[in-house]
Write a protein that binds this ligand. Structure first.
Ligand code: GNR
Ligand code: NI
Length: 188
């Protein structure tokens, strides 16, 4: 297990189009477990492989990120005292994901991105989608999604095409966001 470095704008690797996974092997399992560790550490609710420099069509999502300020909960329900995460983790892996029938209805959501730190902006995306993907064993899944899950999956799918959420903004708003990030980096 390892926490990987998250690439940030303007790293050109973030503009790469990621390629489909063909081998469902131990190397893929290690990548996914390192991606979860990196995402929980950040913390974030999603991560695409290209954000850690790997141009494969692999995403991890957990909409229940750890609250870094919360104390681990002591628990003895099975007679043995132990600690567990205060929020229940719901890790989900999406390999070679596709979006089917996006709704015409759009939703506005204030998005952020671990590769564009500390910048938040409203992005409009289809409210509901049907997603198709493979799991770590190569089995296919299909599911309807809405709410934050639909938004997050579309944000992550964009990374696979080399697109960042700021690319959905007007040129003026994108330039303002990138200048703000430059300023924040200077004081950091
Ligand atoms: O942690 C993240 N939060 C988030 C909030 C709104 C919409 C999308 C996201 S994804 C982001 C993590 C990230 O950068 N994934 O690529
Ligand atoms: Ni992102």
């Amino acid at each position: 297990m390892a926490i990987l470095e998250i690439l940030e704008v303007p790293d050109p690797r973030l503009k790469q189009v990621s390629v489909p996974v063909e081998k469902f092997d131990d190397e893929l399992r290690t990548l996914v477990s390192d991606m979860f560790e990196t995402m929980y550490d950040a913390p974030g609710i999603g991560l695409a492989a290209i954000q850690v420099g790997v141009p494969l069509r692999v995403l991890v999502i957990d909409l229940q990120p750890d609250d870094p300020d919360a104390e681990p909960v002591a628990c003895a329900h099975d007679g043995h005292a132990h600690h567990h995460q205060p929020t229940k983790r719901e890790p989900q892996v999406f390999i070679n994901p596709e979006i089917l029938d996006p709704s015409e209805e759009q939703t506005l959501y204030q998005e952020g991105c671990l590769s564009v730190p500390e910048i938040y902006a409203d992005v409009e995306r289809p409210s509901r989608i049907r997603a198709r993907w493979q799991d770590l064993d190569g089995n296919h899944h299909e599911q309807d999604m809405d709410g934050l899950m639909a938004t997050c999956l579309q944000h992550e799918m964009d990374h696979l095409e080399g697109i960042l959420f700021i690319d959905h903004l007007s040129r003026l708003k994108r330039q303002m966001a990138l200048r703000k990030l430059e300023k924040l980096r200077k004081v950091a």
